[in-house]
Design a protein around this ligand. Structure first.
Ligand SMILES: [Zn+2]
Length: 187
């Protein structure tokens, strides 16, 4: 008798937990890789979609910055004070943009880099909005708005790529990842 009550309770709790995780999933953000058919870290072909199409495959915060040229509030990005080793990709299309070696503490409130991975990573466009004369940086593959580049960065380039963390997707360097997994799961 007691056993069946215990069993019942377990089934009940399991059911509740499942429901809980279902409702959490619904309100969770979209998965920027699984829900985005153009996301690829290796495909270099250009991506040209209408904003209507982007809206369907990007979470709203990424859409707001990447396609509407929004700006995240300073000092809010998880990548602002962040010094793990790895690669930063465009969160809209997966294009490799920056290596962690080129990241530096600029104190400006946004993730900052002194150079992109390659010349093709970034498109540069004059931006004269908001009464300023700036150079806008866009993703070289999908033209997502990333941020701006300024000429007050550190050597060797003297440039400061000031990038919205929301449009960055980070992957740890393979080596670091492997070491971490070894420690976590010793064989
Ligand atoms: Zn992109």
């Amino acid at each position: 008798m007691k056993k069946s009550i215990k069993y019942f309770a377990i089934v009940l709790i399991a059911g509740l937990l499942q429901q809980c995780s279902y409702s959490q999933n619904k309100s969770d953000k979209m998965d920027i890789k699984k829900d985005n058919p153009v996301y690829s870290t290796s495909d270099t072909s250009k991506v040209e979609l209408s904003n209507e199409e982007w809206r369907k495959i990007l979470p709203s915060d990424i859409y707001q910055i990447a396609r509407q040229k929004g700006t995240e509030r300073p000092f809010t990005s998880k990548y602002d004070k962040f010094n793990e080793l790895g690669t930063f990709y465009c969160a809209a299309c997966g294009n490799p943009l920056f290596k962690s070696d080129a990241k530096f503490e600029s104190g400006c409130g946004w993730p900052s880099f002194y150079e992109p991975i390659s010349k093709e990573s970034i498109i540069y466009t004059p931006d004269n909005t908001h009464g300023m004369s700036r150079i806008e940086t866009q993703c070289g593959r999908c033209k997502a708005h990333l941020g701006h580049v300024f000429e007050d960065g550190p050597p060797p380039t003297g440039l400061r790529y000031c990038i919205n963390g929301i449009v960055l997707d980070f992957a740890k360097a393979k080596e670091a990842e492997n070491n971490y997994n070894k420690k976590k799961d010793p064989e």
